[in-house]
Design a protein around this ligand. Structure first.
Ligand SMILES: *[C@@H]1O[C@H](CO)[C@@H](O)[C@H](O)[C@H]1NC(C)=O
Ligand SMILES: *[C@@H]1O[C@H](CO)[C@@H](O)[C@H](O)[C@H]1NC(C)=O
Length: 125
């Protein structure tokens, strides 16, 4: 019985991970044409995109005072990191490229999942 519960839990967790990884939604805008893109004080003025599979990562890029938010891939920010006066942040949950505080490093999410797993195991057994 214990084995069955453990398998169910693992299937559940795996399903959750797969679901959250597909068709991420990201804000897509540039402050060149939309000042709200920088301030994000009125998100209803910002386009929301269902990201294609090739670019499933939301980024916020600031180059020379211009803010851009869009769907990109994991490697995009690495190409901007070196340039001075440039910041690029990426994240993988729906609409996570909204505000600075919403960017959660991947390792924090992993620790959260591990903590949740540990708590579930203690509850079940
Ligand atoms: C927010 O943006 C929407 C869409 O552009 C606009 O209709 C609405 O009036 C704006 N609201 C405020 C408070 O500026
Ligand atoms: C990431 O996107 C850039 C530009 O959008 C593209 O040139 C590059 O090949 C992509 N890399 C991967 C790993 O998909």
């Amino acid at each position: 019985m214990k084995g069955f519960k453990l398998v169910s839990l693992l299937v559940f967790l795996t399903t959750m991970c797969i679901d959250s990884g597909s068709a991420t939604k990201c804000y897509a805008c540039t402050s060149v044409t939309n000042q709200e893109c920088e301030k994000m004080s009125n998100v209803s003025a910002i386009t929301v995109l269902d990201c294609p599979d090739e670019t499933p990562v939301c980024i916020k890029l600031v180059v020379a005072g211009t803010t851009t938010r869009l769907c990109e891939n994991e490697s995009t920010c690495a190409t901007y990191d070196k340039a001075s006066g440039t910041t690029c942040k990426s994240c993988t949950t729906d609409l996570c490229n909204a505000a600075n505080s919403k960017f959660i490093p991947h390792y924090t999410v992993s620790i959260g999942i591990l903590a949740a797993l540990y708590a579930s195991l203690k509850l079940l057994f």
